[in-house]
Design a protein around this ligand. Structure first.
Ligand SMILES: [Fe+2]
Length: 279
């Protein structure tokens, strides 16, 4: 189930998220501005009239290289860090108390699931299997209105129930030892074949799945411990979305977070998050 209004009290929002609740927060000025800025930057960089159909005019290599440049800007650009701080505040979080892993842009190509290099994109997983803390909250914004068949799905029965998985293969120090390219994915086009991406070892899709539709400007918030999977799509258009990760440092201090039922990843990416300014 997805709630459409955030509680007035941010601690309550976080506690609900740690219990497995999911929120689709309404559009606000900051989310609208972030999405519009992202769309115009992508349009400018790709140089195509309709970014959802960019693959019709750009070669694979050209598209991949241009998306790599964009990944770098969204993740490292201080302008986007500021925009994200604004959005975090608009969602009721105190940016002075929150560390964040910056914005990542994702593209889901029509038929992308047929490409072996993209296989990890479709692994069912928990974000915490990538060495994020159990207090992790994930934010996700689409750049277009999306129907249920182009988003992803959650498996609520597995939120606090063990899923067989190989998260022990993920070691954050190894992941970044050759620089941030694999972490952010802006250089290596074959990282899907060589990177150690944790995945579920379940052989069948869980019986209970929850999908969702979402409008551009809305922000989905959920626990990094949610078990979920990106849907395969063959609709002829590219899906673009932005996501980010945040941790309220009080939650680390007070050991608040989702239960850890099966995360064996090693290391802690939190130290490399953008930290709140010292006050
Ligand atoms: Fe995820």
């Amino acid at each position: 189930m997805f709630h459409t209004q955030l509680p007035k009290n941010n601690l309550e929002t976080r506690e609900q998220i740690f219990l497995g609740q999911k929120f689709i927060a309404p559009t606000n000025d900051l989310s609208r501005s972030l999405v519009e800025s992202a769309k115009s930057l992508i349009t400018e960089k790709l140089g195509v009239p309709d970014i959802r159909k960019a693959r019709l005019t750009l070669t694979d290599q050209d598209f991949f290289e241009k998306m790599g440049e964009l990944r770098r800007i969204f993740y490292l650009g201080t302008e986007y860090h500021e925009k994200l701080r604004g959005l975090i505040a608009a969602l009721g979080f105190d940016p002075k108390q929150c560390a964040f892993d910056p914005i990542r842009i994702r593209v889901i190509l029509p038929g992308g699931h047929h490409n072996p290099k993209a296989a990890p994109v479709y692994y069912a997983h928990r974000d915490t299997w990538y060495a994020h803390p159990q207090s992790l909250i994930v934010g996700w914004l689409p750049l277009h209105n999306l129907s249920e068949e182009e988003t992803f799905e959650f498996y609520p029965d597995q939120f606090d129930d063990e899923v067989p998985n190989n998260s022990e293969i993920f070691n954050y120090a190894d992941w970044i030892k050759d620089g941030p390219a694999l972490k952010i994915g802006w250089q290596k086009s074959d990282s899907g074949l060589t990177g150690g991406y944790p995945k579920s070892l379940l052989r069948t899709r869980p019986a209970k799945a929850e999908g969702f539709s979402i409008k551009t400007g809305e922000t989905l918030l959920f626990s990094g411990s949610q078990f979920h999977k990106t849907l395969e799509q063959d609709l002829g258009t590219i899906r673009y979305s932005l996501d980010f990760r945040l941790v309220h440092l009080d939650d680390i201090t007070n050991a608040r977070g989702a239960p850890n039922v099966d995360n064996r990843s090693q290391g802690n990416i939190l130290a490399d998050y953008i930290q709140p300014p010292l006050t």
